[in-house]
Design a protein around this ligand. Structure first.
Ligand SMILES: NC(=O)N[C@@H](CC(=O)O)C(=O)O
Length: 429
């Protein structure tokens, strides 16, 4: 079925294009982008007043398959992705078993192709079992198609081990995605260490735990020439360090979550476990530094860190609840609400941070609307106000700090290889 997306504002930063135009999709590919296009028999989607962008790409998500399907599986997780406007997601290796060998990568890729609603990429673990002792099958996994290596959820504690990981990964031209939290400083904490945590009587995780971990790994990246990608940056000093490291020519990139751009630790005062995550939401000073980092290009990508948990796990007393929540269905809206509506980021910057740069960092197709390329497209509104209702989520993990909040902006149409997989909030697969 061919598709004509008519009258939307095409925001296509990779081509420096920002104009009202039609997009014609034929046989799964983009056939034309231009004025007054028509096509006999094509389905027509009226995108007047909406943004037409290259499909959003989330480079940091947890689909929980294999082994934790009570939290999420490829089907439910990619339905959530489609609902949120994502056409491709990269899923992390902290599953059961851990994705640390090529046989598993090959099997999971097949499974995700069968049951996934959007495209799925895989991160391979850095260490076997995420234990930080023996290198995982990095070379074999690279051959099997992983897009990067990460022990996400765990900091690689041994500097010597991280050195080796950076050396090996550079042989395959893939980044090491670094969950940078020095564990001896974070292991007993449940939120950002600061004034709010003191008042609440909750043990904190200081920002310096991240800063220290990042400092070590920037030095190792410089020494080895490997590509370090700092996951979910949350602290001011980390942003400053990465800015300086980039200026120095160190091969470093980084990402921030939508929730770290939206919230501060003031939101935790009611001990709501929905706001509990790793790294923690920090104070306004840190949030402002993150916003400055996305604005000046220090931060390369905005991610969801979609980390679904079963209801009975998350719905516990604050200090017992696990870290993380489901972000795929709210991230675009949160970013539009807290950066576009507030005049901080332009639409071109947002599309670049949520599509173009992630495609480049993962080394995958996408991030651009171009004739002849796969028709992965996201159409979204920048001004539709809606109230988040967790009961309407496609993800199995219903916990969200955005639940009940009114956000402005929303994905309206998600197209993968020319197929409409979500229309007006309804996933069609
Ligand atoms: N980001 C989170 O808060 N949670 C992640 C793991 C992690 O990165 O700690 C998860 O897998 O649940």
């Amino acid at each position: 079925m061919n598709l004509l997306i008519k009258g939307g504002t095409v925001v296509n930063p990779a081509k420096k294009q920002h104009e009202v135009a039609d997009v014609l999709v034929k046989d799964g590919k983009i056939a034309a982008i231009g004025q007054n296009l028509s096509a006999d028999g094509a389905d027509v989607y009226d995108a007047t007043g909406l943004v037409v962008a290259p499909g959003l790409i989330d480079m940091h998500t947890h689909l929980r398959e294999p082994g934790q399907e009570a939290k999420e599986d490829f089907y439910s997780g990619t339905q959530a992705a489609a609902a949120g406007g994502f056409t491709r997601v990269a899923t992390m290796a902290n599953t059961t078993p851990v994705v640390d060998n090529a046989a598993l990568v090959r099997g999971l890729r097949k499974q995700a192709e069968l049951t996934g609603v959007v495209k799925v990429e895989f991160m391979g673990a850095v260490s076997k079992g995420l234990k930080g002792k023996e290198l995982a099958e990095m070379g074999d996994m690279a051959e099997a198609g992983v897009v990067g290596f990460s022990d996400d959820g765990h900091y690689v504690e041994s500097a010597a081990f991280m050195r080796r990981a950076l050396e090996y990964s550079s042989m395959f031209n893939k980044p090491v995605i670094d969950h940078a939290e020095e564990v001896t400083l974070t292991c007993e904490g449940h939120m950002h260490e600061g004034f709010v945590a003191y008042e609440m009587g909750v043990k904190g995780r200081p920002a310096v735990a991240e800063d220290m971990a990042v400092a070590r790994d920037l030095l190792l990246a410089e020494m080895t020439g490997g590509h370090i990608h700092i996951a979910h940056v949350s602290s001011k000093d980390t942003v400053d360090q990465i800015r300086r490291a980039k200026a120095k020519g160190i091969k470093v990139t980084c990402e921030v979550t939508a929730q770290h751009l939206a919230f501060t630790d003031e939101y935790l005062r009611e001990y709501n476990p929905a706001f509990k995550m790793a790294p923690p939401i920090r104070s306004e000073e840190h949030r402002q530094a993150l916003l400055a980092g996305v604005k000046d290009g220090t931060i390369d990508a905005i991610i969801t860190d979609h980390a679904p948990h079963a209801e009975e796990e998350k719905d516990q007393e604050f200090c017992c609840a696990p870290n993380g929540f489901s972000g795929l269905e709210t991230s675009l809206a949160a970013v539009l609400t807290h950066t576009y509506k507030t005049g901080i980021l332009t639409l071109d910057e947002i599309v670049s941070l949520m599509s173009t740069r992630p495609a480049q960092l993962l080394g995958v197709e996408g991030g651009v609307l171009e004739v002849g390329k796969a028709a992965d497209i996201t159409v979204f509104s920048t001004d539709e106000a809606w109230t988040v209702d967790r009961n309407r989520f496609y993800t199995k993990g219903k916990t969200s700090p955005f639940d009940g909040m009114t956000l402005t902006g929303r994905a309206k149409l998600t197209v993968v290889d020319g197929d409409v997989v979500m229309k007006e909030g309804v996933v069609t697969r």
